[in-house]
Design a protein around this ligand. Structure first.
Ligand code: DON
Length: 302
């Protein structure tokens, strides 16, 4: 199989694609990014790397950061975490409030905003926000084998200035006793974690520990890796998770910056970036690109 030829074909198709979705505009700093970008990187289990398009251009990883904070939280708290957040798909938008009211302030899963805020709150315990953000960056830099990974302060400030919905989610959970810190402190940390910038190449490298194999166990036990992959498959694309599983057939996590991290267990870690989003807030061309890749490689888990 000629993976580079497959990626070249996908890159050419995406460069010419007429329907590119719409960039997120509820975080004004993200609205300034052009829909024309496309970048993709694939790291295979045998240590090779393949890229297409703007694979080394940094973008805002946004909700993809939730995979890494979940890995840190499970490493630190183990199954105790599940007392504060569930493991079921929500079937609702990533920023929805509805379920929280009916379900005693326990978010459905760690990938919707409410669930990710709880995860950040849990690992903030005993730390200053600055220390935790340093730990998240260290985790990413070690996993990617690349120290050039940073937080975009302008994006964090932009989200903070328009963060009413996330603050409302945090206050609601605090009212139910499911938040350890002040909503402003936990959300401030969460906004900065979402504002981390990485390229598709850095992200694909950072995701290698999720595909298993040789040295993945250094970062995460095989049991935890399987569980994070299960959550990515069922919840990683919010109310578009069923559609992503149907079309792509891989565990994946999207972000409103237009990135997607997908895992072909035992085979590859895949990252793609195209800022235009579909109606569910997931990258329109990113989804199409990973769909094309799994169709050409037979990497769907099904
Ligand atoms: O909290 C937010 O709304 C953003 N920082 C992250 C949301 C996100 O990436 C949803 N993904 N598609």
């Amino acid at each position: 199989m000629d993976l580079q030829a497959i990626l070249d074909g996908i890159g050419a198709e995406m460069a010419a694609a007429p329907e590119r979705g719409r960039v997120a505009d509820y975080i004004p700093e993200l609205a300034r990014v052009s829909v024309d970008h496309f970048g993709m990187a694939v790291c295979t289990a045998d240590g090779q790397t393949f890229t297409a398009g703007e694979a080394t251009t940094p973008f805002s990883i946004q909700s993809i950061s939730k995979v890494f904070t979940l890995a840190i939280a499970l490493g630190r708290l183990g199954d105790q975490l599940w007392g504060r957040v569930g493991r079921e798909p929500s079937g609702l938008a990533f920023n929805s409030m509805i379920q929280l009211e009916h379900e005693r302030g326990i978010p459905r899963n760690p990938f919707i905003n409410a669930g990710a805020i709880v995860v950040t709150d849990a690992i903030l315990a005993g730390h200053q926000p600055r220390e935790l953000l340093g730990e998240i960056l260290r985790f990413l830099r070690e996993a990617a084998g690349d120290d050039d990974i940073h937080i975009n302060r302008a994006v964090a400030a932009s989200e903070q200035a328009h963060g009413h919905r996330n603050l409302a989610l945090a206050h609601f959970m605090a009212a139910h006793g499911n938040l350890l810190h002040a909503p402003e402190l936990t959300c401030g940390t969460y906004f900065h974690q979402c504002a981390i910038e990485m390229s598709a190449l850095q992200l694909a490298r950072a995701g290698r520990f999720l595909m298993g194999g040789a040295d993945g166990g250094r970062i995460l036990t095989p049991a935890r890796r399987r569980r994070i992959n299960a959550l990515m498959m069922t919840c990683g694309h919010y109310d578009g998770s069923g559609e992503f599983a149907y079309r792509v057939g891989l565990p994946g996590k999207s972000g409103v910056g237009g990135g997607i991290l997908a895992v072909a267990p035992g085979r590859a870690s895949i990252a793609v970036w195209s800022p235009g989003l579909n109606a569910q807030g997931n990258s329109q061309l990113g989804t199409l690109a990973v769909e094309r890749l799994t169709r050409a490689t037979g990497w769907s888990v099904f």
